[in-house]
Design a protein around this ligand. Structure first.
Ligand SMILES: NC(=O)C1=CN([C@@H]2O[C@H](COP(=O)(O)OP(=O)(O)OC[C@H]3O[C@@H](n4cnc5c(N)ncnc54)[C@H](OP(=O)(O)O)[C@@H]3O)[C@@H](O)[C@H]2O)C=CC1
Ligand SMILES: Nc1nc(=O)c2c([nH]1)NC[C@@H]1CN(c3ccc(C(=O)N[C@@H](CCC(=O)O)C(=O)O)cc3)C=[N+]21
Length: 296
């Protein structure tokens, strides 16, 4: 069997079009233009690319984009003051502080200070807690995008399917597991201490890899016909030694032989993350204005 490719890039473009329509309506009917603030600390080149892409796509969706760059040696206090100012700014509906932060900064402390209503990453404990108890809140963008892709392929009803999520980070693995549980999947979360991961992975109808190890998941870890979602973004040297290329946490060539549906890297989950960020910013702006959640 050769898997059908899940075109995250195309799905993300469609989602951004729906977000743009929602933004236009919010402007026309309520005079509100959603604003997204992104804070980048330091000069990490990969982070700079993400921040630039986010800024361009935010403006293309009709929203205001505010970018703040702090030097790598900025103090934690400076960053906290920047976040406090954005919390207080009514033109800012969403705040994203790009991670990872330099080592001398405590990411938990910074995230804690973000107003949960403006926490478009969904990383604040209030939003994490809401997701865990099944209450309405802002959901982390990457797992939200993964779930949209899975539901689009599997017809919306995931009840009873076995889902295995490899990775238990607060930004991908854990929220992904909560979302799948909410869909009534039978969810198992795997991590670095999991025994016989290949056998566990083979039990999955839905397999999500969010590990950070290039091409860890091989074709013989995949149940025939399974839906494989590759969250990994790993930059590795090209085989011919000329520069680098992006690969996921799944060995695409061998997994695509066995899976039913599979996301590529690039062009899979990555573009969905940014589209969901824009969707969350529109959702946040509506909630802050006392308006119902937009249908996207
Ligand atoms: N596409 C996108 O938009 C995004 C992509 N990413 C990418 O997703 C990947 C994961 O990111 P993130 O969740 O932040 O990463 P973290 O490093 O925070 O978490 C990695 C998880 O993988 C587990 N793990 C590590 N080694 C193994 C192993 N050998 N077997 C099984 N599990 C293992 C770790 O287990 P333990 O807890 O035991 O240490 C941990 O839970 C990265 O490649 C990252 O670049 C991240 C965010 C967005
Ligand atoms: N506070 C915070 N929130 C994040 O959501 C966040 C973060 N920090 N830090 C870094 C990670 C990583 N991340 C990606 C987003 C888009 C792509 C993406 O669009 N990737 C494209 C290709 C990109 C390329 O070619 O370089 C793709 O996969 O097709 C990738 C990775 C968001 N993250």
């Amino acid at each position: 069997m050769t898997a059908q490719v899940i075109d995250g890039k195309a799905f993300a473009a469609g989602l951004r079009t729906r977000v743009a329509a929602g933004v236009a309506r919010l402007k026309a009917e309520h005079g509100i233009t959603p604003g997204l603030a992104v804070v980048l600390v330091g000069e990490d080149p990969a982070s700079q690319v993400y921040v630039r892409n986010k800024g361009e796509q935010t403006r293309a969706a009709g929203m205001n984009s505010f970018e703040f760059k702090l030097p790598a040696d900025a103090s934690e206090q400076e960053l906290l003051e920047r976040v406090a100012a954005l919390n207080a700014d009514p033109a800012v509906n969403g705040i994203l502080v790009q991670l990872p932060l330099p080592r001398h900064m405590d990411a938990a402390k910074v995230i804690d200070l973000i107003d949960p209503a403006k926490d478009v990453d969904g990383f604040h404990v209030v939003n994490a807690g809401k997701l865990a108890v099944g209450a309405e809140g802002l959901v982390p963008c990457t797992p939200l995008g993964c779930l949209m892709l899975v539901k689009d392929r599997l017809g919306g009803n995931l009840a009873g399917l076995n889902a295995v999520v490899i990775g238990r980070s607060n930004i991908v693995g854990k929220p992904m597991a909560h979302l799948l549980l909410k869909e009534s999947c039978t969810v198992t979360i795997a991590h670095s201490k999991t025994r016989d991961l290949p056998a566990l992975a083979r039990s999955a109808d839905i397999l999500v890899a969010a590990v950070g190890i290039p091409q860890l998941v091989k074709g013989d870890w995949v149940k025939p016909g399974a839906t494989v979602i590759d969250v990994g973004i790993n930059r590795v040297p090209k085989l011919d030694g000329s520069g680098t290329r992006l690969v996921g946490d799944v060995d695409y060539a061998s997994a695509a032989e066995v899976a039913g549906h599979i996301t590529p890297v690039p062009g899979g989950v990555g573009p969905m993350t940014i589209a969901c960020l824009l969707a969350n910013c529109l959702t946040a702006a509506c909630a802050q204005a006392g308006l119902p959640k937009p249908a996207l």
